[in-house]
Design a binder for this molecule. Structure first.
Ligand SMILES: C[S@@+](CC[C@H](N)C(=O)[O-])C[C@H]1O[C@@H](n2cnc3c(N)ncnc32)[C@H](O)[C@@H]1O
Length: 327
């Protein structure tokens, strides 16, 4: 039997049609008008989230930056920039600890799925999962304490870091608790003002601003590193290329990007969701865009990297890649 089309479905389709149309007009006109249309659509896409939800939804479960391997890799890269290889042994220990937590969480998740006859989208909302998570993560403050102690010795120089799409200080919170923040001249920007309000409330005095990655408000090479997690998949392909150009322009030394949906296909698989995209990016295409600006480009396929370094092969996201590109 055909499913009845609800008013909300109709409205969704109208929104999707309208935003596709707006993007077509934008790409025909190009330049600042195309950028402005993309900015407005992206703004609308994120603005409908409740500010409290924005504060919490990307820092729990497997995305919790304490165990999320892409967040850990970003912290390690910055620490390596500051101290060379002095802390490599602790980095290995942290990766092993995180892999062990992932292994235990995946086992608990699968057991609950079997017991409840439900998939993870249901299980993760239950009290049983929250209890299992708390049990596995009982020592989650361990590496914050170890790093805070290790990073007390001042490095030779500070590092200027700009983070695009910083959300509600989602990763910066952990720069603080891990003792990294005092060593950085940090700026975070995000298109969504609720996120920036949240970040200011949590960290008054830190340079959090509203900004658009397509048009970064900073001089060429004015930061040592630019970083971004889980952003580029959400942009239209032309905007994604502009974002890469901008992130590279502003960086004097390097760029670190976390991708959550990427593969070896030759072209981006473009997927629209209402006002924004959830594109399955082509690693080759992204690499080509970075080659315009960077000489040394290193790719980390997160699941394989973790398996090679720790023996754990079941990292929750098989499509996650981190790029570390030096200028
Ligand atoms: C999936 S969230 C990732 C947030 C954070 N980086 C993290 O990993 O937890 C994507 C973020 O990108 C921001 N965003 C979307 N388009 C943007 C743009 N053009 N410029 C800057 N930020 C943007 C959204 O407001 C949202 O906070």
């Amino acid at each position: 039997m055909a499913r009845k089309v609800s008013a909300t479905d109709k409205q969704e389709r109208r929104w999707e049609r309208n935003s596709r149309l707006a993007r077509r007009v934008g790409s025909a006109l190009g330049g600042p008008i195309e950028r402005e249309i993309e900015r407005r659509l992206l703004r609308r896409a994120w603005q409908h989230f409740d500010p409290e939800r924005l504060k919490g939804y990307l820092v729990r479960g497997y995305q919790n930056p304490v165990i999320n391997v892409q967040s850990i890799l970003a912290r390690h890269e910055l620490i390596r920039e500051l101290y060379g290889d002095a802390h490599d042994a602790m980095m290995d220990a942290e990766l092993q600890w995180a892999a062990d937590r992932h292994r235990a969480l995946r086992a608990r998740q699968h057991a609950l799925q079997k017991q409840m006859g439900q998939d993870y989208s249901h299980v993760k909302k239950t009290k049983d999962w929250r209890e299992a998570y708390a049990e596995v993560m009982a020592d989650q403050a361990k590496f914050a304490a170890l790093w805070s102690e290790a990073l007390r010795r001042p490095p030779m120089r500070r590092l200027a870091v700009m983070e695009a799409a910083c959300g509600s200080a989602n990763d910066y919170r952990f720069f603080r608790t891990y003792g990294l923040a005092p060593l950085l001249d940090y700026t975070g920007f995000d298109l969504t003002d609720f996120n920036i309000d949240n970040a200011h409330q949590m960290f008054p005095g830190v340079d959090f601003r509203i900004g658009d990655v397509q048009n970064i408000d900073a001089a060429d090479r004015s930061y040592d590193w630019t970083i971004a997690h889980d952003l580029l998949e959400h942009l239209a392909p032309a905007a994604c290329n502009r974002a890469i150009d901008e992130l590279c322009r502003v960086a004097g030394r390097g760029v670190l990007i976390s991708f959550f949906l990427m593969g070896e296909h030759s072209e981006h698989k473009v997927q629209t969701r209402r006002f924004y995209h959830v594109n399955n990016l082509s690693r080759n295409r992204i690499h080509e865009q970075f080659e315009r600006h960077c000489t040394d480009i290193r790719w980390v396929h997160v699941r394989s990297f973790l398996e090679q370094r720790t023996g754990f092969s079941g990292y929750y996201n098989r499509n996650a890649w981190t790029l570390i590109a030096r200028r």
